[in-house]
Design a protein around this ligand. Structure first.
Ligand SMILES: [Ca+2]
Length: 514
C-alpha cells in the first residue's frame, strides 16, 4: 500500500526502541497525558494552528510521501493523531482561510476565490476583504482572556492595490506579522539563486500595505514567523495568559525558493517537484523550532492543542494529493482534502498517540466551534455552519459531523488553468459515504462511494443498473446541494464558467480540424 489507510500503530512504542532518550520522552508524555484535564476548572488550553499553503494531502512523510522527508512534522504526528478524512471548505486560499477562522461557509462573506486586485475581485463578484464584523475565532478567544497572534500569510484582505483593508489586528489579534498579502508589519522576500551575487526582491509593491517591513531571504521567512511566535508565546506565559497563535507560512506556495545550499539540481536542471520538495523540507526544519519550543515546557505540553493542516490541495506537478484525484482549485478530493495532525499530549486520549483516524468526516468550518468547546468557551449564540467535534479531535470517539458538507468552486476556476481543456464540476457535497458533484443546474452529476472508491474513479451516476431507491438518493443529495448553492450569495461563476466552456469547445473544434 503506497498510502496509509488503516493505521492503528502506536508510533511512540515503535520509536522508543531507538534510544533511551526517546524512552524518557515517551514516559514524560505519558505522564503529562495521565495528568491531562478538560478546560473546566483548569487554566485554558493554548491553541496553535499551523496552516500550510498549497500543500497536498500526501506531502508529509507520515501521510505516505517517500519523495521528501518531514521528520519534525512526523515526530509531532507520532505523539498526536492523524486524521484521514479532514476537509477544507474551498480549494483555494482566501475562502479556505475565511472558513477556518469564521466557522462559516466563506460564500456567506463573499470570499469566493483568492483575493486579488480590485478589478479582478469585481470581475468575480468577490469582496476586497473579509468583513471585520464577521465572527472570528481569534476575537472570541481574545474576549476570553487569550493573547492572540497571527504570524504568516493572511490573504483575507490587503493585497495588490487593495491598500485600505482593515489591519489584521482588527479581526481579534493582539499582534500580527504577515507577508505580502495582509495589512500591517510584514516580512518580504529576498530571492537568491545559485550563481547570483546579490539577492533580488519580489512583492516589493506590498510595502504600500503597511509596515514596518523587514526584508529576509525567502527561504528563512517561515523561521522569521516562528521566532516571532515563540517570543509572543513566552510573553503570554510570563503574564500567565493562555495564547492562541496562527502560524500560517507562505510555504509551500510557488514560486519556490529553497535555501541556496539545498538547491536541487539534477543533470543541470531543477524540476518543479524537486524545488517544491526542497521548500517543503526546509519548512519542516523551520517549524521544528516551534515544535521544540512547545515540547520543551511541561506546562505547555500538558495544556496545548496544536493543529497542522493545509489550506488547499497542491499545485500541479508540485505537491502530491496522495491517492486523491485533482488538486488546487478542484472540488475533487485532491483540492479539498487536507492532512490533519492534532497534537495535544495533555488533552487527547493517551492510547491514541501515533494513530491514524480514518472514520470521522469533518472540516475546517468545524474547528472554531470545536476549539472553543475544548477551551471551555460558550459559543452557542454564534451562527456557525460548523459543529463541534471536540471529542473526535481529542481521540475520545470517532464520529462524523451531522450535516452534509457543501462546496462551490471558485468562480474563475471552471478549469484548472487558463489553458486547460478539462472542465471542472461547479458544486460538490459529501454526506456519509457519498460524494456527489454536479453543475449549478444539476447537470453532469457524478456520484462516488468514498468508502470503496476514495480516488473518485467510478462514477456511479452513470451506472446502467441504478435502482429506484438509489436514484432517489441521488436526487435528494443533488437537491440539497443546489438548495445550499442558491441560499449562498451569488458569485460570477456561471458567467465566467460559460466563457471557459466556449474556450474549451473552440480549442477542441480547432484540434479536430487539424
Ligand atoms: Ca493556498
Amino acid at each position: 500500500m503506497p498510502y496509509p489507510s488503516i493505521a492503528n500503530l502506536n508510533f511512540i512504542w515503535v520509536y522508543i526502541n531507538d534510544s533511551v532518550a526517546s524512552m524518557v520522552c515517551a514516559a514524560f508524555l505519558l505522564c503529562v497525558a495521565c495528568c491531562g484535564h478538560e478546560a473546566e476548572g483548569a487554566s485554558k488550553p493554548n491553541v496553535v494552528i499551523v496552516l500550510i499553503d498549497d500543500m497536498g494531502w500526501g506531502d508529509f512523510s507520515c501521510f505516505g510521501n517517500s519523495y521528501a522527508k518531514t521528520p519534525n512534522i512526523d515526530q509531532i504526528a507520532r505523539q498526536g493523531i492523524r486524521f484521514e478524512q479532514f476537509y477544507v471548505n474551498a480549494p483555494i486560499c482566501s475562502p479556505s482561510r475565511c472558513a477556518l477562522i469564521t466557522g462559516q461557509y466563506p460564500q456567506r462573506w463573499n470570499i469566493h476565490s483568492f483575493l486579488n486586485n480590485r478589478g479582478d475581485n469585481r470581475r468575480r463578484n468577490c469582496h476586497n476583504w473579509l468583513d471585520p464584523s464577521a465572527f472570528t475565532l481569534s476575537r472570541k478567544l481574545q474576549q476570553n482572556g487569550y493573547a492572540t497572534g497571527h504570524f504568516g500569510k493572511w490573504h483575507l484582505g490587503g493585497q495588490r492595490d487593495v491598500d485600505n483593508a482593515p489591519e489584521i489586528t482588527e479581526y481579534g489579534f493582539d499582534q500580527s506579522l504577515t507577508n505580502f498579502e495582509g495589512m500591517g508589519p510584514k516580512l518580504l522576500p529576498l530571492t537568491q539563486k545559485p550563481g547570483n551575487s546579490a539577492p533580488g526582491r519580489i512583492w516589493e509593491d506590498a510595502q504600500r500595505l503597511g509596515g514596518p517591513v523587514t526584508w529576509m531571504q525567502r527561504s528563512q521567512i517561515t523561521d522569521g514567523f516562528v521566532q516571532t511566535a515563540i517570543e509572543f508565546a513566552k510573553n503570554a506565559r510570563a503574564r500567565n495568559q493562555p495564547f492562541y497563535i496562527n502560524l500560517w507560512p507562505d510555504d509551500v506556495h510557488s514560486p519556490f525558493w529553497p535555501p541556496i545550499e539545498n538547491w536541487p539540481v539534477v543533470d543541470g536542471k531543477s524540476s518543479k517537484r524537486a524545488m517544491y520538495s526542497a521548500v517543503l523540507e526546509n519548512m519542516d526544519r523551520q517549524l521544528g523550532k516551534l515544535f521544540d519550543f512547545l515540547s520543551s515546557d511541561p506546562e505547555i505540553v500538558g495544556n496545548t492543542i496544536l493543529i497542522i493542516c493545509s489550506d488547499n490541495g497542491p499545485e500541479e506537478n508540485a505537491g502530491s494529493a496522495g491517492p486523491f484525484r485533482g488538486g488546487k482549485t478542484s472540488l475533487y478530493e485532491g483540492g479539498i482534502r487536507s492532512p490533519l495532525i492534532v497534537w495535544s499530549p495533555g488533552l487527547t486520549v493517551p492510547n491514541r498517540s501515533g494513530t491514524f483516524e480514518t472514520e470521522s468526516v469533518f472540516a475546517a468550518i468545524d474547528l472554531a466551534p470545536t476549539l472553543l468547546q475544548i477551551c471551555g468557551i460558550d459559543s452557542t449564540n454564534v451562527d456557525f455552519d460548523g459543529q463541534s467535534v471536540a471529542r473526535v479531535l481529542l481521540g475520545k470517539e470517532s464520529r462524523s459531523r451531522d450535516a452534509p458538507l457543501f462546496w462551490r468552486r471558485p468562480p474563475d476556476r471552471k478549469t484548472y488553468a487558463q489553458d486547460s481543456l478539462e472542465l471542472l464540476p461547479d458544486l460538490a457535497v459529501r454526506q456519509g459515504r457519498w460524494k456527489l458533484l454536479c453543475n449549478y443546474d444539476g447537470s453532469e452529476t457524478q456520484l462516488y462511494d468514498m468508502q470503496d472508491d476514495r480516488s473518485e474513479t467510478r462514477n456511479l451516476a452513470e451506472s446502467t443498473n441504478i435502482t429506484q431507491e438509489f436514484e432517489q438518493e441521488i436526487t435528494r443529495l443533488r437537491g440539497a446541494l443546489i438548495a445550499w448553492h442558491r441560499a449562498m450569495p451569488a458569485d460570477f461563476g456561471p458567467e465566467l464558467g460559460q466563457t471557459a466552456i466556449e474556450r474549451v469547445q473552440k480549442a477542441k473544434e480547432s484540434s479536430r480540424k487539424r
